[in-house]
Design a protein around this ligand. Structure first.
Ligand code: 5RP
Length: 233
């Protein structure tokens, strides 16, 4: 199977298994989560899902909801402020404990808000995302206010990370997040403790959020190249 088809299979499988009418639904970001959004849109258009109130975790997700006619609201709105029933999102890496790294698309701040505001959480991914140890192969973003670029970068290096300021594509200079911040992409040379780091990184002055997601217990839909879907809890 082609990678696009694999990602599509993961996104659709999670929606078909978990999404019910009346849900308050967090919708994630990225090339896999978009297929979950499209499946929700399809079911809403067919009248098979009713009364969905969605929260879009990024511009990308918001635009997709607009195109598909999925009603979406701010997280502070009357519709959603009591919390979300379920969030479906993608991941950059998933380890054997179902700890995650996210933020490859730069939307980690609001993705984490949605994840931790949700009663249940599902991750959709292709099999290339499964790893033994997080943060070695794929960089983990740390979102910092612009003024903290150098100092926070040094503090991250002291924790053993190599640090790279994420550069924009087709625009000179850094990526600016949807909240006006910078992303320091960090990587480690060997196994780290993701749960400890998730807390520790946010104690560095100027850090807004980081891409370790270890505090909720997602059900992970992993689509494989042979067409099968593994579900890991
Ligand atoms: C965006 C994310 C994405 O969910 C993550 O990068 C996975 O994306 P893709 O499914 O395109 O590989 O965290 O901030």
């Amino acid at each position: 199977m082609e990678l696009l088809e694999i990602k599509k299979a993961a996104g659709r499988a999670a929606v078909d298994a978990l999404v019910k009418s009346g849900m308050k639904l967090g919708l994630g970001t990225g090339s896999t989560a978009v297929h979950a959004i499209r499946r929700v849109g399809e079911l809403v258009a067919q009248g098979l899902l009713r009364d969905i109130a969605a929260f879009a975790t990024s511009f990308q997700a918001e635009i997709e909801c607009e195109k598909l006619g999925i009603p979406f609201y701010p997280l502070n709105s009357r519709e959603l402020s009591a919390g979300l029933d379920l969030t479906i999102d993608g991941a950059d890496e998933v380890d054997t404990k179902n700890y995650l790294t996210k933020g490859g698309g730069g939307a980690l701040l609001i993705e984490k808000l949605a994840a931790y505001a949700s009663a249940s959480y599902a991750i959709v991914a292709d099999e290339s995302k499964t790893v033994e140890h997080l943060g070695i192969g794929f960089p983990v973003p740390v979102e910092v206010v612009p003024e903290a670029r150098v100092q926070a970068g040094r503090a991250l290096e002291k924790l053993g990370a190599t640090v790279i300021l994420r550069e924009a594509v087709r625009k000179a200079g850094p990526v600016i997040t949807e909240h006006g911040n910078l992303l320091l992409d960090i990587r480690f040379g060997g196994p780290i403790d993701p749960a400890a780091l998730e807390s520790k990184l946010n104690q560095i002055p100027g850090v807004v959020e980081n891409g370790f997601f270890t505090r909720n217990h997602p059900v992970v839909y992993i689509a494989c190249s042979d067409g099968t879907i593994q579900t890991r809890k």
